[in-house]
Design a protein around this ligand. Structure first.
Ligand code: UDP
Ligand code: UDP
Length: 465
């Protein structure tokens, strides 16, 4: 079903629209905004990119610098936040605290935008920030759209959750039945949402409540992957009072022309589709014990592998060397078949490399959409947040397999190397899965073409401004 008409917000006499983009903290939020910025600019829009310094992770500040250097036509807008005291909150998650710091500075944005020339036509705000920014933007007559950086399945949870919380009669959060769609089992609900007093829960509920007031919701997904969820959202099933148009514009295409960093020459030397790429994203750390088991598993799989090790949530805190984490002996033993790296790699380039035949992934939504775009099959090991909801979407879409029993945040369980090795081998040997991931990859490429469903979605959004 096509989305309903996007609400018109612009003045038809104006020339190219000037769109200001407000990303939130963390690579998972920043990355799709960088891609949207370039997509809009390539389509003839003036684009201002609002930045908050210093960023939580150094990966974010490098990404912003690389974006602005590569695309000087994007206008940076440096957003100075109001004073914020993180110790006033029980949360220790540096990303959620930064969401809150930005959210509490919403009143300062109009002055920044007022100085922009040509005048700003609309603002696209990250989902995590929308409940405080939308009213402020409405107050100065600026249309507020939002970019939902995760799956349509996750958007349906976000949209329904306030009603679920209001209606429930028992303590705690159980299975959440999304009207017109599927039930999200209790075990897949992001852990913070089980605690009504968690900072993330407060933000999530407030943002979910205000969705209806946005001019439109752009989402980094595509019809061939999430038709049912997009139909349910746009058909008034998930929120009976209706939502603004939910417009799929993904998978947003990678944009940064990267330098050929360290893993790429190694990949060049490997046979086609022989390497499993292993990464748990930019903010999911793994315990030392689990990391050792994963190392054993990769070794036992008999497959070639490229493994990005991450032991801390925030990259600035990574201090321990690989030798200390995994042992010199291990690194020596696997040298022939495996490349183990610590620190940032250009995942966009790795997933597009012909040597990569599989992806052991935490299923952060950007990772899922990047794998989809390249038709690379996934072995899902979601660890926290929205990752189980995303893993479910990607498995239903034929992109990969998800071992539901593997450990999840808050659990002490350690998944043994033997089990990991078997599953990795299965992933790499499954020809049927490889074919179905390739099929989805073709659909993803079609979707983002100018005449594809997502290409048209983006054009429609621009046309309404
Ligand atoms: N990423 C990368 N190199 C790394 C780690 C992550 O390029 O070493 C990118 C990845 O390609 C994706 C983003 O960072 O675009 C991470 O977002 P995702 O939603 O996959 O997971 P998160 O990090 O938010 O958990
Ligand atoms: N999210 C949301 N409302 C919010 C904040 C986040 O719906 O107020 C969604 C977000 O798009 C993602 C999930 O909740 O799907 C987890 O958010 P988080 O910032 O932890 O995601 P990550 O950084 O791992 O991408």
């Amino acid at each position: 079903m096509p989305p309903p008409e996007m609400r018109t917000s612009g003045d038809p006499r104006r020339g190219a629209p000037h769109i200001a983009l407000l990303p939130s903290a963390g690579m998972g939020h920043l990355t799709p905004f960088c891609r949207l910025a370039v997509g809009l600019s390539d389509s003839g829009c003036d684009v201002s990119f609002i930045t908050v310094q210093p960023t939580v992770s150094s990966a974010e500040s490098r990404r912003v610098a690389a974006l602005l250097a590569a695309f000087p036509r994007l206008r940076p807008l440096d957003f100075r936040l109001a004073d914020f005291d993180p110790s006033a909150f029980a949360s220790t998650d540096p990303f959620f605290l930064r969401f809150e710091a930005i959210r509490r500075s919403a009143h300062l944005l109009p002055a920044l935008l007022a100085a922009a020339s040509p005048p700003v036509s609309a603002v696209v705000v990250d989902i995590s920030l929308v409940s405080t920014f939308l009213p402020v933007l409405a107050g100065v007559g600026l249309p507020c759209y939002l970019l939902f950086t995760a799956s349509a399945a996750m958007l349906s949870l976000c949209a329904h959750f306030p009603a679920y919380i209001a209606a429930k009669t028992t303590a705690g959060v159980g299975d959440v039945e999304i009207p017109g769609l599927r039930t999200v089992p209790k075990s897949s609900i992001p852990l913070p949402l089980h605690d009504p007093n968690n900072l993330f829960t407060t933000q999530f509920v407030e943002n979910g409540r205000i969705l209806q007031k946005a001019c439109g919701i752009l989402i980094n997904t595509f019809h061939a992957l999430e038709q049912e969820a997009l139909d349910a959202l746009n058909g008034g099933k998930v929120v009976p009072a209706g939502l603004p148009p939910v417009v799929a514009i993904g998978p947003l295409k990678p944009v940064i022309g990267c330098e050929r960093g360290s893993p790429l020459p190694w990949l060049d030397a490997q046979p086609a589709r022989s390497v499993v790429y292993v990464s748990f994203g930019s903010r999911t750390a793994m315990s030392a014990e689990q990391m050792k088991e994963l190392g054993t598993g990769l070794e036992r799989s008999g497959c070639r592998f490229l493994w990005v090790v991450k032991s801390k949530v925030v990259d600035r805190e990574e201090e321990v060397e690989l030798e200390e984490l995994l042992g010199e002996e291990y690194l020596e033993r696997v040298r022939e078949r495996g490349l183990v790296v610590k620190g940032w790699v250009e995942q966009e380039e790795i997933l597009g490399h012909v040597a990569v035949g599989g992806f052991l992934s935490h299923c952060g939504w950007n990772s899922v959409t990047e794998a989809a775009l390249h038709g690379v099959p996934i072995l899902a090991w979601p660890r926290l947040g929205d990752q189980r909801v995303n893993a479910d979407v990607m498995a239903r879409g034929g992109l990969g397999i998800w071992v539901k029993e593997w450990s999840w945040e808050g659990e002490e369980k350690v998944v043994r190397g033997e089990e990991i090795g078997e599953r990795v081998r299965e992933l790499m040997e499954d020809e049927g899965l490889r074919a179905s991931a390739a099929r989805l990859g073709k659909e993803a490429v079609k979707a983002v073409a100018v005449d594809g469903s997502s290409g048209k979605g983006l054009a429609e959004f621009i046309g309404k401004l």
